[in-house]
Design a protein around this ligand. Structure first.
Ligand code: ADP
Ligand code: MG
Length: 344
């Protein structure tokens, strides 16, 4: 017998540890949108509908026509570190799916009121499962369409501090919009519908070309001014679409970088691209661009950030150098450099 009376360390019960983990993964409504979209994309959906109410405060619902979840996996998918996507350490270095940490569903369910409806295409019957603040409320068979619908209500209903940290509806919605734009740009083959309160913001059909997708979201004026580029080396493939330097804006927000289909933030690369544009635009103007980097998953660590927004390249310098030269070349081929000194 161990002397438990002297022990002051104890393992936290899952209700508490999930809530702590949720603090890292789920920071605001847009984090929920991102995690649910990742799951729908990983599930092979070709149509995804997103319904938002009150900037995600009262409702975030994502409905997909992907694989669906079998009865036995429904409870499990809300367990911490429960995933169908990796099995061992080796898999971690060759992940092709967006998810793999098995944290999102458990985290979301610990800080909101979640209703899951799901049916696999091969099953006759689907299920409805409700979990509020980590506590199971109901689990019953239900007649539902094949695929998965996750409705997240009253986010942070049980974490007052988090609720109070949320910004204005306009700001929270801007984050949601960006998250949807990222998913829609990375997956032009998937149809996306975004409904906010009573407005249809996007209704993007599946199997769009990149240019159709971009003008479908950002406006027809973009279409004529988009430049495609692509370059492959043994280490890295860089491709994407850039806007005409004439079509720049005063504010940030339409710059997109993806690594192996995953949207990321990358200060150094962002700065590098913007400084190339400076040659044409002068400082403080922001172009639209969507840059896709494809590397061997072994060359990039996506596991440095809980929400996976940052990644670590094995060879950052080469990545930057190559991307810079392709972007520069693409712009130079299309647009004469104006007669100003190169500010680089
Ligand atoms: P991860 O995506 O890292 O595996 P999550 O907590 O996001 O972890 O999801 C847990 C599991 O639940 C997934 O591995 C997947 O098997 C299942 N799942 C979640 N959402 C969906 C969905 N929309 N369609 C099919 N399966 C899903
Ligand atoms: Mg996930």
């Amino acid at each position: 017998e161990t002397d438990s009376s002297n022990s002051i360390i104890r393992q936290l019960p899952p209700e508490i540890s999930n809530k702590i983990a949720a603090g890292e993964v789920i920071q605001r409504p847009s984090s929920v949108v991102k995690e649910l979209l990742d799951n729908s994309i990983d599930a092979g959906a070709d149509h995804i509908k997103i319904v938002i109410q009150n900037a995600g405060r009262t409702l975030i619902q994502v409905v997909d026509n992907g694989s669906g979840i079998g009865k036995e996996d429904i409870r499990l998918c809300f367990e911490q570190h429960a995933t169908s996507k990796i099995q061992d350490m080796d898999d971690l270095f060759r992940v092709r799916t967006l998810g793999f940490r098995g944290e999102a569903m458990a985290s979301i369910a610990s800080v909101a009121q979640v209703t899951l409806k799901t049916k696999r295409h091969e099953d006759d019957m689907g299920y409805k499962y409700e979990i509020w603040g980590g506590e199971e409320k109901s689990f019953e068979p239900a007649a539902v369409e094949a695929g998965t619908s996750v409705a997240v209500r009253n986010l942070f209903f049980n974490v007052r501090a988090r609720r109070q940290f949320l910004k204005t509806d306009a700001t929270e919605f801007r984050h949601i919009l960006k998250t949807v734009q990222q998913a829609a740009l990375a997956n032009p083959d998937i149809g996306f519908e975004l409904i906010a309160d009573t407005d249809t913001i996007y209704d993007l059909p599946k199997e769009q070309s990149m240019k159709e997708r971009i003008s479908g979201m950002f406006g027809k004026s973009y279409k004529a001014s988009l430049i495609k580029f692509r370059e492959e080396t043994s280490y890295l493939t860089v491709h994407g679409i850039l806007a005409d330097p004439k079509l720049t804006k005063r504010s940030r927000g339409e710059q997109f970088i993806f690594v192996n289909g995953r949207p990321i933030q990358h200060r150094w690369l962002t700065h590098t691209i913007l400084s190339i544009y400076d040659t044409w635009t002068g400082e403080k103007d922001y172009p639209f661009y969507a840059i896709f980097l494809e590397v061997d998953p072994k060359q990039v660590d996506v596991n440095v950030h809980p929400a996976k927004e940052e990644v670590k390249f094995e060879d950052e310098r080469s990545m930057i150098k190559l991307t810079k030269s392709v972007v520069k070349k693409a712009l130079n081929e299309q647009f004469l450099v104006p007669d100003v000194t190169d500010r680089e």
